[in-house]
Design a protein around this ligand. Structure first.
Ligand SMILES: [Zn+2]
Length: 255
């Protein structure tokens, strides 16, 4: 049976502009559209005056220049990385050079163990965080506190970053609004991915989800989660109590 997955693929933005998308949160989209990045990587800024940058993005000079121009007069205090794909972390170097802010992440790509370069071409092998974040670690800045959730699967070092007080989660590429997440072995791991989805299901998920490319709309977040669940129920990986409706209850199928 064909199941229509209600992805959300329309959203308005302008390349080169740091734009508010929610209280305390701004976003700038890198000009690297592709089948893997949709319109481009979303780089997020949290806070005002003294700010955290989440996923500086690909190594594109105009993207970094536009981000820094949008932050003129403000201080970057933290550079946070959800994972080390080349569309997310490489610009951390240029942003760090310009601002002196330390980088935070789970660890180097694939634990630093290089595999077949042809298979692993999407990894940013040069990134090593100044400070490592593990599951449950909290990190505080001016006006915000993040909680790190280790969510391996899309990559082994993937983190989701929750802002517990606001009910917002930066889900990186773990859950996206416009597509299912790509799980590419060897660093990508479907079993780990399923366990990580299970971990998110343990939270009051939809209200807490902030979808990577999307402007933080609850409706979009709900659709994204629902899309994953429809797909996973169809594949027998997740069970639901009845049809996989928005308000159904879900659990990982154990058999
Ligand atoms: Zn990725």
């Amino acid at each position: 049976m064909a199941v229509e997955i209600p992805f959300r693929r329309e959203f308005s933005f302008e390349y080169g502009r740091l734009e508010p998308v929610a209280p305390m949160i701004r976003r700038i989209v890198a000009r690297n559209p592709s089948p893997f990045t949709f319109r481009g990587t979303g780089t997020y800024v949290v806070g005002h005056g003294e700010v955290a940058v989440i996923d500086p993005g690909p190594d594109l000079a105009d993207h970094v220049e536009a981000l820094l121009a949008g932050l003129a007069g403000e201080q970057v205090t933290h550079i946070l990385i959800t994972h080390t794909h080349r569309d997310h972390s490489p610009a951390a170097r240029a942003v760090q050079q310009a601002t002196g802010a330390p980088t935070y992440g789970f660890g180097p790509h694939a634990g630093g163990k290089r595999g077949d370069p042809a298979v692993e071409e999407g990894g940013d092998w040069d990134f090593v965080p100044d400070r490592t974040l593990g599951d449950g670690d909290r990190i505080a800045g001016k006006g915000w506190v993040f909680e790190a959730m280790h969510t391996p699967g899309h990559t082994s070092n993937h983190l989701c970053l929750a802002l517990p007080d606001s009910g917002i989660l930066f889900s990186g590429d773990h859950v996206m609004g416009w597509s299912t997440s790509v799980i590419a072995p060897p660093d990508g791991d479907m079993a780990a991915y399923m366990a990580s989805l299970d971990k998110l299901l343990g939270r009051p998920m939809v209200e807490r989800l902030y979808v990577g490319l999307q402007p933080g709309l609850r409706r979009a977040a709900g659709r994204s989660v629902h899309a994953h669940l429809i797909d996973l129920v169809a594949r027998g990986i997740v069970e639901s109590d009845g049809p996989p409706a928005l308000d159904a209850h879900y659990r990982i199928a154990r058999n």
